[in-house]
Design a protein around this ligand. Structure first.
Ligand SMILES: [Zn+2]
Length: 812
């Protein structure tokens, strides 16, 4: 008798003895019998022999040239795995140019090939039947299949920390046909090449269903990822994710103790979006351990949560599968440490940013409403996303109640003892926006040494006097942060439209050099609250552009990221890029001269076009829509940061520059952004959604294809990797009543169809710069023109192109 069959017959006995849900009784994790069976499952059933058997899965072909296949036993009547041993070949033909380019970065060919001697398959689709059909007879028994499956299980659980059994359980318990397929290929070149087709989206690469990832000791290389053929012909990133369910409402009752221990009761209202939802996987930080899951009637439910440093994914097994449109309520009791860290002096650092409560969020596209009650040590202040309804002190605790007035993509909080200052941004319709800035009243322990009486050591072994530094009092910088936040909010309200929130809290966080934005709540780096002398002592460079834009960037995420959400990694460039472009507008409008603005764009260009230590220019690695996949061991880990942020910003900046007119200034751009904000208010926007809004507002001059479409621009800069080089020469000759500009402009380094509008500027003797006009160019070309210029307020000193870094390009 095979192991699988034995487990299966045992199981039917267990099932008969277990009622669907038992009132009141506590259930330990991982006790569901089907789950346990999947968890312990190894091949041991039938073994078949195969010869030249081809298995096609989407764009991939597995050729099992010669060898044997052993099957896993059934669970709930379904076979979920098989192990092939022998000789075979894997081939992937990616369906589009972007993915061919991605493969070529890793592979020196634009299709993927690998010879293998072993494949471990896990599936809920029709693979078992298909393999059986190709059987060439009985294969050889042996222990090697189980050993291979056990190795793969261990790798998946301990190294990848991904609970694949929980994913399989979703389909095994569902009355609907599953479509999951995962092959772990032991290749001649790579030992852990994993090809996955998952209709619910393949992990971080959702909503895309088809992925090829090569796992190495240092981590994953995301070789290819694309929508399945079944999902239809739409380009990547434009579809809403295929989610089996979503959370509509969540109530949280959370206690945070002085040491940082967090415990909570979450009540989730869940809506099935498809038929047959039997298992509900939820995000939850691994050190937060679930002690009980129950229905709103108090019936205990089975749940899954393995060890915290292994595949700790949390999932709930429903009492019965839901059909599309059906709702249910779950109550989850949980708690644990290492989620909020006490940094001393009443400074707390939330570590579990988006998983301190059970949720089903992927990216920033899943909006739900929340009600929250927080109990924190007496005297501490908790600032949450949402509106505070009440605050009181009871015994050892300060208790505050919060609710979201509008749906939010994610919720969070900051905790500490704060000093606060407030400002108001008056709205046109009387809907004022309140900006509150909070600094911790005392520095955390690790910053306290800056308060020492003694001389402080600084770089190079020299010492500075305490008197020269002053004591660390981050609250003294509060007015600066508040005014930056207030001015930024004023500018963004004008440029993009009003926020759907009544208040935004700017708060200090323990991390020195990065910020984060939540709906109505911003974390600013503590080092931004230090004065320049203190920043020097910390080894920071206060003159860096970073410190000028970090607050306006994070505030801008209230518009881009929180009000308009971006659901998938393909669209992440808009969140980060638009926040950067917004910060540049802040620099432009808050300075009398454009120096900081120009310096900002010069730096952005440098990030995008300079080779990193791995020899890659970020722009060449791939388009912005590849998101985090751009970074890898091969290409360098800084590519995401140095492409998605600056090039994402440049894309919007270029659109702004093309929309600008001497007569109306930014009016067209402002109308575009107001439309985008209003159309995707509290919803996720895709790259294609954004393109459609731009096309609605584009100027006649931008219509380079004469079809009312911006494909030319998006294909070059958003979905593509083109980078033009320009060479410009000009002579200015005074004439009777003005001047004459003769120029020669060369565009090179681009494909034949590459189109661009090159902006020509005149720098005047008085110091002002004006735009003379835009010249359309196609392909690698040189144009030469003489343009008469009317009399201006002062003489024309010089003609130039790209004065405001209008076009992402390099000089030639
Ligand atoms: Zn950001």
């Amino acid at each position: 008798m095979s192991l699988g069959l034995r487990a299966s017959s045992l199981l039917s006995a267990v099932v008969l003895l277990t009622p669907a849900a038992s009132l009141g009784a506590q259930r330990a994790p991982n006790q569901n019998p089907f789950y346990q069976q999947l968890r312990g499952l190894l091949p041991g059933g039938e073994v078949i022999s195969v010869k030249h058997l081809e298995l096609h899965r989407d764009a991939a072909t597995f050729t099992f040239a010669a060898g044997d296949i052993a099957f896993f036993g059934e669970v709930n009547g379904k076979v979920t795995g098989a192990v092939f041993k022998g000789e075979g070949h894997f081939h992937l033909t990616p369906p589009n140019a972007q993915e061919r380019h991605s493969i070529s970065v890793y592979n020196h060919a634009d299709e993927y090939d690998e010879d293998f001697d072993q494949v471990v398959l896990r599936f809920t689709d029709g693979t078992a039947a298909e393999l059986h059909k190709g059987s060439a007879g009985k294969g050889a028994d042996g222990s090697a299949y189980a050993a291979a499956a056990r190795d793969m299980q261990h790798y998946q659980r301990v190294k990848l920390q991904d609970n694949q059994d929980l994913r399989l359980l979703q389909d095994v318990l569902s009355p609907s046909q599953g479509g999951f397929f995962c092959a772990t290929i032991h290749g001649k070149k790579n030992s852990h090449l994993i090809f996955t087709v998952d209709p619910y989206g393949a992990g971080d690469l959702a909503p895309e269903e088809v992925t090829l990832v090569n796992w190495n000791d240092w981590g994953p290389a995301f070789i290819s990822s694309f929508p399945s053929r079944l999902a239809g012909p739409e380009p990547s990133g434009v579809r809403a994710p295929n989610e089996p369910f979503r959370i509509e409402r969540e109530n949280l009752d959370v206690t945070i103790e002085k040491g940082g221990l967090l415990s909570g009761l979450a009540t989730l209202r869940l809506l099935a979006e498809q038929d047959g939802v039997a298992v509900v996987p939820l995000n939850l930080y691994a050190t937060l351990r679930v002690s009980r899951v129950e229905t709103d009637k108090g019936e205990a439910l089975d749940f899954v949560q393995e060890k915290k440093d292994e595949d700790a994914d949390f999932g709930v097994i429903l009492a019965k599968p839901l059909m599309k449109g059906e709702s249910t309520t779950l109550r989850v009791t949980y708690g644990g440490k290492d989620v909020v860290r006490n940094e001393g002096n009443d400074n707390y650092y939330p570590l579990a940013r988006q998983s301190w409560y059970p949720n089903a969020t992927r990216g920033l596209g899943n909006y739900a409403t929340y009600q929250m009650l927080f109990r924190v040590p007496k005297g501490l202040q908790l600032i949450a996303t949402g509106t505070r309804l009440s605050e009181k002190t009871e015994g050892k605790f300060t208790i505050s109640e919060w609710k979201t007035d509008v749906p939010m993509a994610v919720i969070g909080f900051n905790l500490g003892r704060f000093t606060m200052k407030e400002a108001k941004v008056a709205g046109k319709l009387g809907d004022d926006l309140i900006i509150d800035a909070y600094a911790n009243s005392n520095p955390p322990d690790s910053y306290a040494h800056l308060n020492a009486e003694d001389d402080l050591p600084i770089e190079g072994g020299s010492h500075v006097q305490e008197a020269a530094i002053g004591s660390i009092n981050t609250a003294s910088m509060l007015p600066v942060q508040l005014s930056q936040g207030e001015v930024a909010a004023r500018i963004y309200t004008d440029y993009f439209g009003p926020l759907p929130f009544a208040k935004v809290a700017l708060t200090q966080q323990f991390a020195c050099n990065y910020g984060q934005s939540w709906p109505m709540l911003v974390y600013l780096p503590i080092c931004g609250f230090l004065d320049q002398t203190q920043q020097h002592v910390m080894g920071l460079h206060p003159e860096d552009m970073y410190w000028k834009v970090v607050t306006p960037h994070e505030v801008a995420h209230q518009w881009w990221g929180q009000t308009v959400g971006f659901g998938s990694y393909r669209d992440q460039w808009m969140s980060e890029g638009f926040a950067n472009t917004s910060a540049s507008i802040f620099l432009q409008l808050t300075r009398p001269k454009p120096d900081d603005f120009r310096e900002f764009w010069k730096e952005q260009r440098k990030l995008i076009t300079e080779k990193n230590s791995m020899g890659f220019r970020p722009i060449d690695v791939g388009p912005v829509t590849m998101g985090f996949r751009l970074s890898s061991q091969k290409t360098g880990w800084n590519i995401y940061q140095n492409l998605v942020y600056p090039k994402g910003a440049y894309i919007l900046h270029m659109i702004r520059m093309m929309m600008w007119s001497p007569k109306d200034g930014d009016a067209r751009f402002i109308a575009t952004m107001h439309d985008l904000l209003a159309s995707y208010r509290l919803k996720a926007a895709t790259t294609e959604d954004f393109k459609a809004v731009v096309e609605k507002h584009m100027s006649p001059g931008m219509d380079l294809d004469g079809n009312g479409k911006m494909d030319w621009f998006f294909n070059q800069y958003v979905y593509g990797t083109e980078l033009p080089a320009y060479h410009f020469e000009a002579q200015v000759t005074p004439t009777g009543d003005g001047s004459s500009v003769h120029f020669k402009l060369t565009q090179s380094g681009v494909s034949d169809k590459f189109k661009m509008l090159a902006p020509i500027y005149l720098e005047l003797a008085e110091g002002r710069t004006i735009r003379l006009g835009m010249v359309p160019l196609t392909g690698s070309t040189t144009i030469e023109r003489t343009v008469p210029v009317p009399k201006l307020s002062s003489a024309v000193k010089k003609a130039s192109i790209d004065y405001l870094y209008d076009v992402l390009s390099i000089d030639n």
